[in-house]
Design a protein around this ligand. Sequence first.
Ligand code: HEC
Length: 180
Amino acid sequence: MWSTNTNNILAGLLAASWLLFGSHIIGNLLIPPFEPTHEAKANSTAPKAPAAKKTAKKAEPAQPLPVLLASANVDKGKKVAKKCIACHSFDKGGKNKVGPNLFNILGAERAKAAGFNYSGAIKKMGGTWSFADMDKFLTKPKTFMPGTKMTYNGLKKAGDRAALILYLRSFADAPMALPK
Ligand code: HEC
């Protein structure tokens, strides 16, 4: 009969699944998950992982910006500046692009390029671009100036920033004296 057959099949499936489930439990009882005995642990002669080598190359000690600037190289700065020229011009009378023209920027008041639509963040900050500020800004613009329109992640390497700043400084009628 149709319905009896169906019932039999269902009952069979149920029994089979219980069997599978049950054998799993029994299996676990018969073969407990492996765990080394305490003795085995204590006697273990496996060598410990070697401690991190002390001779590993140390990170360059952070040098103060004036020191970095004193030894920075303008040509290197020009290369680093390739990251800026999509958005900035440096020459006197250069156009504002996505970002403002940066002629005479070091020592200048912030947000003073004629005809550029600055964010409220930079206008609110005010002040002038010292070497130290420029260095902080270029490390991570959004950290130095939360809310800035400058969507640039920043330059991690202090040496790259110093070279870039030295290059930027050269675009001025009278480049600002280097910090001591
Ligand atoms: C994706 C475009 C973009 C890139 C790339 C970019 N900038 Fe900018 N930058 C801007 C914008 C937009 C502003 C205006 C910020 C505001 O209004 O908040 C700005 C502002 C500045 C300012 C402040 C100018 C002022 O008049 O006070 C400086 C300095 C500056 N950028 C330097 C750089 C340097 C150096 C680089 C290269 C490492 C760079 N920027 C890369 C878009 C960019």
